[in-house]
Design a protein around this ligand. Structure first.
Ligand code: PRX
Length: 679
């Protein structure tokens, strides 16, 4: 297991960064002793601990039977986790009605929406949010959406995305949000897997200066659903987003796609006469809330399923403590809601706390490279949460674009999605945070629902590059290859020994896959798939994936998924994909392709293959390197030796033990033809 190191960096765990005293004065967890005390309670008396958290929320009726019940051991029966089972509640009621009616936050801003273009923005109060959500919940009901129905959402970062998710939650439907950068093929696959009978999309979106026709991609996805499984969606609701802002009618007209009168309806048409009042559907604590797909090592994405009560409690508490939330904060998470970070820390966690957030549609470098810093100044953002890849990208432009803006409002900085290299950490700390703001490296996954290993800003002395310590209720362990728990300083598999409220409950429609993926390798433990090192002070350092998964700009991709997109090309016989370190993206894709007999490799074919992957999966999966591989290095039993391919991709000369290879000459050929030039 090797530590993922960004080129040109050296990990350092020497210097401790202590929490600023200013922050400790009124922090929820003001020092390390308080953290330890509460942590002990959360592990030793989980029921008491979470019952107190639950008291802050509304329950139509209390849990029946045990408050927390679980089995993590596959050898003793089905793996399952039940939290407050039998209690009746509604998450939308808890994060909207409760704020408006009980907490007197109706006039408070829930979101400052900032468009792709700086001239587009608006603010939405809790009152307004509740009304829009109720109106859309009534639309869904009128269309026949019922408790348990799956609704696909394929929207850009606009308020309607939040309205749609919360309207589903209000009527007890299960939302399945698909990141609006995914291809029609990926959207189709996700709609079919969870049999979504409704789709909510938009006419289009500008990302930077690029116009993306979301309606056309949605139409293609729905056609593919019919072709593949004769599956017909009941309704497709389209938000008029580009149409709203058209300043050039010709561009807009040429952009429109055919209208299917059987299924298509405009969002604003159906919303026009919809009532602003909608009684929430009271659902069980363990009823499904949403499905969110994440890459799986077999290539087929997994529908990670989260349930209502545990997810509510956990996202609410992690948001409160990790960002040390206070009522006058303006919080901004730059993630897209199409990923788990946006679900937990743009939609549910902040709203559960009655927070004010920025909802940003655009990209970090449009219309200029100081856009992030400009927005922080504009809204006086106090808590800022982004990805290491964004920091590495913005670091390239130096300090000047940052210094143009007043970032004096900032108090806490966070990162998520991938390991942060110490250089990026220090730049973020020194330049953006002006040495005043702790940088929180939060480790978690789609599956964990919320932060699991994370610093707390006023309590945890920081080490750049370390996610530090477990959150309340989370009991990590490091195992060796034989499944033995390692004590003290150690490196191995990161696992968790007991559930926390927001752990995923199943893979939608495939519980066996859930058990096989996360619980089979080491019975009795949840296996994260990440490697981890614990240092002499007990700090946890995530070392990167130890399965066939890649992390490109904070997005997980499976090698199998990319390989199958490549082998669908008519001239490709076989493909093997590995990761190569990348200065901005963290990792990038390096693909080896073996062509069918008689086919010639060329630069234009490489470009065609990149395009193919882009179209099959989406732009995030675009390979950086395609190398011709007359043959792939295989063991005598026919298994591709990925370790060797990874080393070739990284131009490592010492390839280690090659004795198990069927034909060692293959490696020489590949090494001599390494694709150094095209990035
Ligand atoms: O490999 C870890 C990496 O991202 C994976 C989870 O990806 P996803 O489900 O898409 O969720 C990303 C946002 C929560 C993890 O298994 N990862 C996430 N955060 C970190 C990280 N690796 C190192 N340090 C982190 N802080």
């Amino acid at each position: 297991m090797s530590r993922m190191v960004i080129p040109g960096t050296t990990p350092t765990d020497e210097k401790l960064f202590n929490p600023p005293e200013e922050l400790q004065k009124d922090a929820h967890i003001p020092d390390f002793e308080s953290y330890l005390r509460l942590y002990k309670k959360s592990i030793e008396e989980p029921e008491e601990f979470w019952k107190e958290v639950a008291e802050d929320f509304f329950w139509k009726s209390p849990p029946k039977g045990e408050f927390l019940k679980y089995n993590f051991d596959v050898t003793k029966g089905n793996v399952n986790v039940k939290f407050m089972a039998g209690a009746k509640t509604n998450i939308c009621y808890n994060i909207l009605d409760r704020n408006v009616n009980e907490k007197n936050r109706g006039e408070k801003v829930a979101y400052y929406w900032e468009g792709n273009s700086p001239s587009h923005s608006c603010s939405i109060t809790y009152n307004q949010l509740l009304k829009q959500v109720c109106k859309f919940a009534n639309v869904l009901k009128n269309m026949g959406v019922k408790k348990g129905d799956r609704v696909a959402i394929y929207l850009p970062m606009i308020p309607e995305l939040v309205y749609s998710m919360l309207a589903c939650a209000r009527v007890g439907a299960v939302h399945s949000t698909v990141f609006a950068g995914f291809s029609s093929e990926s959207l189709c696959e996700r709609i079919l897997d969870s049999q979504c009978s409704f789709l909510i999309t938009a006419d289009g979106v500008y990302r930077g200066d690029k116009l993306i026709n979301l309606k056309q991609i949605s139409d293609e996805a729905l056609e593919k659903c019919i072709e593949k499984e004769n599956f017909v969606i009941k309704n497709c609701i389209i938000v008029r987003h580009i149409g709203e802002q058209k300043n050039n009618a010709n561009v807009y007209n040429s952009f429109q796609t055919p209208w299917n009168a059987d299924t298509n309806v405009w969002w604003d048409d159906v919303m026009k006469n919809s009532s602003e009042e909608c009684e929430p559907e009271w659902v069980d604590a363990e009823d499904p809330l949403f499905i969110l797909y994440t890459s799986g090592s077999t290539g087929k994405p997994k529908g990670v399923l989260h349930t209502v009560a545990g997810y509510l409690l956990y996202t609410a508490l992690t948001f409160k403590y990790v960002f040390d939330y206070h009522p006058d904060d303006v919080y901004w998470c730059t993630a897209d809601i199409g990923w788990i970070t946006g679900h937990s820390y743009i939609t549910y966690g902040p709203l559960a706390n009655g927070a004010t957030s920025v909802l940003f549609e655009g990209v970090p470098v449009y219309p200029h490279v100081g856009r992030f810093w400009e927005i922080i100044e504009k809204y006086s953002v106090s808590k800022f949460y982004t990805a290491p890849t964004a920091i590495r990208l913005l670091m390239k432009y130096g300090q000047e674009p940052v210094k143009k803006f007043n970032l004096g409002s900032l108090k806490i900085l966070g990162t998520v999605g991938e390991p942060i290299n110490p250089e990026a950490w220090l730049w973020y700390y020194n330049v953006v945070g002006e040495k005043r703001c702790p940088v929180l490296d939060t480790f978690w996954q789609t599956e964990t629902g919320g932060h699991v290993i994370t610093p707390l800003p006023a309590a945890t002395p920081l080490k750049p590059g370390s996610a530090t310590f477990p959150f309340f209720g989370v009991l990590p362990s490091i195992l060796n290859e034989h499944g033995e728990e390692l004590e003290g300083e150690a490196e191995g598999y990161l696992v968790f020994k007991q559930p926390w409220p927001a752990i995923m409950r199943t893979v939608y429609g495939n519980h066996e896959r859930f058990e096989n993926t996360y619980f089979k390798k080491f019975p009795g433990y949840y296996v994260t798939g990440d490697g981890c090192r614990r240092d002499k002070d007990g700090y946890y350092w995530i070392t990167g994936r130890i399965d066939d998964m890649l992390n490109v700009s904070g997005h997980l991709l499976s090698t199998a998924e990319v390989e199958s997109a490549l082998t669908e090309h008519p001239v490709v016989a076989e493909a093997a994909v590995v990761s190569r370190p990348h200065a901005v993206k963290g990792e990038c894709l390096y693909c080896f392709v073996t062509l069918k007999n008689g086919r010639e490799f060329s630069h234009s074919l490489a470009e065609e293959l990149k395009k193919q992957v882009r179209e099959k999966i989406g732009p995030i999966a675009t390979p950086d390197f395609i190398q011709n591989a007359p043959a792939l290095p295989k063991t005598r039993s026919g298994k591709i030796m990925r370790r060797v391919l990874r080393q070739i991709a990284r131009s490592e000369k010492d390839l280690g033990d090659l004795s198990t290879l069927a034909d060692p000459k293959v490696v020489e050929v590949l090494f001599s033809q390494r694709w150094e030039a095209t990035a």
